[in-house]
Design a protein around this ligand. Structure first.
Ligand SMILES: [Zn+2]
Ligand SMILES: [Zn+2]
Length: 313
C-alpha cells in the first residue's frame, strides 16, 4: 500500500506492506502534517518509518475515529496518574517512533481510538490531534469561560487554540505574523489583541513571542507555551517574576480526572464542524509527499494545515 515514509533524513512516497498484528484496522481518511514533523525532519533524527501522527479514519465495522497516536506503557506511576503522555517507560509515538498514519491503513490499539459523532467531517478529523494539544494547555491551567485568552501565533495550533478557547466560552484575541493567518483567525472569531489577558497561549515559543506574551499576561496569570522551543529560550525575567506570571510548558495531551483531552477535542470539532474549511488549506495525495512537505514548510505558500488524503487519485 501507499505511504509517506521517513528514510535517510528525508520524507518520501513509498510502498509498504499492509500492517499485520493485534489491534483495530483503521482505513485512514486524513493525516495532517504537523510543525513537529517538519522540526524532526530538519534535525534528520527520524528512524525509518511511516510518518504522521494527526490521523482520522474508519474502522472495519464502520466507526469513524480519531487516533490518539501515543502508546504508553499504561502501568507506570506516570501513566496511572493520567499523564501517560509523559511516560518514559518504552512509550511509542505513531509517526514519531513507529509507523504513523500517512498511509492507507493502520492497526491501532483499541485504547487509542476516539469515536467521532456524525457531525464531525471525517476528512477534517485529523484536526482532533492539534485541537487536543490546545485543549491540554487550557485544561492544565484551569481555563474558565470568564477568562480572556490571547493566542500568539496563527499557524494551525494557534487557530486550534482559538477554537478550543471559544469552546470553553472564553473571549479570545489573536496576534499573528501573516495576513492569511490573521484573516483565518478573525473568521474563527478571534479579535485583535487589546489589553491584558488571563491566559496567553504562545504557539510559537521563541524569545520575541515570549516577550510579547509576558507583556500581554495579567499579573498572576498563565502563559501556556504550545510552541515547541527547539533551543534555549529567554523569559523576560523581571517582568515575569514581578507579576508572578506562571508558565505552563504544554506538550501533547493526557487525561484529567479520567477525561482525555482527545475526547474533549472530538467534541470541539463536533461543535464547530466547519473549522476545517478555515484551517485546512491544502490536500495532497500520498504520492505527492515531497511537494506536500515543501508547501507545509514554506511560509510564502499561505498554507496553514496541509493534509494527506489517501483516497485522492
Ligand atoms: Zn501534531
Ligand atoms: Zn508508563
Amino acid at each position: 500500500m501507499k505511504a509517506v515514509s521517513y528514510a535517510d533524513g528525508k520524507v518520501k512516497f513509498s510502498i509498504v506492506p499492509r500492517p499485520i498484528g493485534e489491534g483495530v484496522i483503521v482505513d485512514v481518511a486524513s493525516a495532517g502534517i504537523c510543525g513537529s514533523d517538519l522540526h524532526l525532519l530538519q534535525s534528520k533524527s527520524h528512524s525509518p518509518h511511516v510518518a504522521g501522527h494527526e490521523i482520522s479514519g474508519v474502522t472495519s465495522n464502520g466507526k469513524h475515529v480519531a487516533v490518539e497516536p501515543i502508546i504508553p506503557c499504561s502501568v507506570c506511576e506516570v501513566c496511572k496518574s493520567g499523564n501517560y503522555h509523559l511516560c518514559k517507560n518504552d512509550s511509542k509515538g505513531m509517526g514519531m517512533s513507529i509507523n504513523g498514519g500517512m498511509t492507507e491503513q493502520m492497526i491501532v490499539p483499541e485504547g487509542c481510538l476516539i469515536e467521532l459523532d456524525s457531525r464531525v467531517p471525517i476528512k477534517d478529523a485529523c484536526l482532533v490531534e492539534p485541537l487536543a494539544v490546545a485543549i491540554h494547555g487550557l485544561v492544565q491551567t484551569n481555563t474558565k469561560d470568564t477568562h480572556r485568552v490571547a493566542v500568539i501565533g496563527g499557524g494551525s495550533i494557534g487557530l486550534c487554540a482559538i477554537v478550543a478557547a471559544k469552546y470553553i466560552g472564553c473571549e479570545v484575541d489573536i496576534y499573528a505574523k501573516y495576513d492569511h493567518q490573521i484573516e483565518a483567525a478573525h473568521e474563527l472569531g478571534a479579535g485583535e489583541l487589546n489589553g491584558k489577558y488571563d491566559r496567553v497561549i504562545d504557539c510559537v515559543g521563541n524569545d520575541q513571542t515570549l516577550s510579547l506574551s509576558s507583556k500581554t499576561a495579567k499579573s498572576g496569570s498563565w502563559i501556556v507555551i504550545l510552541g515547541i522551543p527547539m533551543q534555549g529560550i529567554n523569559l523576560p525575567g523581571l517582568r515575569v517574576i514581578m507579576n508572578e506570571i506562571k508558565i505552563f510548558p504544554s506538550i501533547m495531551y493526557s487525561s484529567t480526572d479520567g477525561v482525555k483531552d482527545f475526547t474533549i477535542a472530538a467534541k470541539v470539532l463536533s461543535r464547530y464542524p466547519e473549522i476545517g474549511k478555515k484551517i485546512i488549506t491544502h490536500r495532497f495525495r500520498l504520492d505527492e509527499a515531497e511537494e506536500a512537505f515543501a508547501v507545509a514548510g514554506d511560509k510564502n505558500s499561505k498554507s496553514i494545515k496541509v493534509v494527506f488524503d489517501p483516497s485522492l487519485t
